[in-house]
Design a protein around this ligand. Structure first.
Ligand code: ADP
Length: 427
């Protein structure tokens, strides 16, 4: 198909030719050409004016009628305009749909612009945060949520973890606040009522703690009697002797489980460990001797600067290193090494328990510190672990503002690193 622009050029050329010939018949060919050019210029200007007026009216009026090049141009602009209107309507409807769903949410949703001012909020924001959609739009968010913990969280702009907050409307309501950055510095805030969830979580913790507590005394009594019975001479029949030994071993295992559950619930119920000075090298040597005694033939070297002193709870730190070192020895054959290395990393200190034992497949690492998570059930039965060791380690470290980093490769060994921040190092 020929372009309308070329057709227009052809038409102009034919008109010029025709009028040049007609003008030539009267001996004035240039007059004919000039008349055509003048007429064409006026016609073009008129169409330009129509286009301008039509566009100035927002393109809302009827499309101007015309033939040839200008007709094609008007139709093309009209098509573009219609397509743009459809896109705009689609966006508008999507936007309204999103707003409608946010409005229906029982969680508070607040949109904050790059200057930290509130742009939009849903009705649940009034119930959970005490915001008024009319009064508070355009207000700085931190003028409304004045809790210093929230202000620090908002200013730090690290929203990888949610923040627990008490509702400013009613302190019995516990909120979980999550912020997300979108566009150019805009933020979207979700606040969820987690009061009921936290109550259930507390009930679960109390239940486990109470049951463990109640089981502790009967288990100690049973285990004590079984130990007495299993001692030589009390029971003479070998069949019963074996049964009692097994019963004693299993009751001991249950006692460990109950002890671990009690320790875990104690760690969960207290927020932060205290700040007593703990000489690291002495503590690590104590733990290494204790574990080496439980694994005859095992030697555990400790490489630690004698001057390092941690601030924390000695019993909890003892439990951390005891669990890590016992695991290392449990999952490493005697001929392969197990050692403790300490290095000053950045401002803090890293305490690593290193072994060249069985190792752990990468896919298990993220879930390893969950309660009762086991890599391999048969390994678990063989070693007699409770599956709570690493959960205890993680909680005790959290109470010391420290992190547990796990690096492991099947067949090559593992490295469990406890990373303590500078604030936990005695100056
Ligand atoms: P458990 O009482 O079973 O040892 P833990 O919570 O201490 O429970 O450890 C969880 C699992 O992690 C263990 O069952 C074991 O499979 C794996 N694990 C822990 N430490 C090591 C290690 N040093 N080498 C290999 N596997 C390990």
């Amino acid at each position: 198909m020929q372009s309308s622009w070329l057709t227009e050029l052809q038409r102009l050329f034919l008109a010029l030719l025709f009028f040049a010939v007609v003008g030539g018949l009267f001996g004035r060919p240039f007059l004919g050409v000039s008349l055509v050019l003048l007429g064409y210029t006026l016609w073009t200007l008129w169409h330009m004016r129509r286009l301008e007026q039509w566009l100035a009216a927002g393109g809302e009026e009827e499309t101007p009628d015309s033939s040839g090049f200008w007709g094609v141009l008007f139709d093309a602009v009209d098509r573009l305009r219609r397509r743009q209107r459809q896109t705009q309507e689609r966006w508008q409807s999507a936007y309204e749909h999103v707003q409608e769903s946010f409005r229906a949410l029982s969680d508070a949703v607040v949109m904050i612009n790059s200057q930290g001012m509130i742009d939009w909020m849903n009705p649940a924001s009034r119930r959970l945060l005490g915001f008024d959609p009319r009064r508070d739009r355009g207000t700085q968010l931190t003028n409304l949520l004045r809790d210093p913990v929230f202000i620090a969280y908002f200013d730090a702009a690290d929203f990888s973890e949610p923040l627990d907050l008490l509702s400013p409307v009613d302190h019995r309501i516990k909120l979980e606040v999550q912020l997300t950055v979108f566009g150019e510095g805009n933020r979207l805030m979700f606040a969820r009522d987690v009061t009921r969830l936290q109550q259930l979580e507390q009930m679960r913790k109390d239940f486990v703690a109470n049951v463990s507590h109640e089981l502790k005394t009967p288990l100690t009594v049973i285990s004590g009697y079984l130990e007495t019975l299993s001692q030589a001479g009390v029971i003479t029949e070998p069949r019963w002797q074996k049964a009692i030994e097994q019963m004693h071993a299993q009751s001991e295992r249950m006692r460990h489980l109950v002890d671990d559950l009690l320790l875990l619930s104690r760690l969960e119920s207290l927020p932060r460990a205290m700040n007593e000075p703990v000489a690291l090298a002495t503590l690590l040597r104590e733990v290494a001797n204790e574990v080496a005694a439980a694994f005859p033939g095992r030697y555990i070297p400790v490489d630690c600067d004698e001057s390092l002193v941690l601030l924390g709870n000695a019993a909890e730190l003892h439990s951390v290193f005891l669990n890590l070192l016992s695991n290392a020895c449990k999952y490493t054959p005697l001929e392969k090494p197990v050692l403790i290395g300490v290095s000053v990393a950045g401002q803090g200190v890293d305490v690593s328990v290193i072994d060249e034992g069985a190792g752990i497949d990468r896919k298990h690492l993220p879930r390893l510190t969950e309660r009762f998570y086991r890599v391999d059930d048969s390994r678990f039965t063989e070693t007699g672990g409770t599956g709570l060791g690493l959960a205890i380690v993680k909680h005790a470290l959290m109470r010391h503002d420290a992190q547990l980093l796990i690096d492991s490769e099947p067949g090559k060994g593992s490295r469990f690193t406890c990373r303590f921040p500078a604030s936990r190092l005695h100056a």
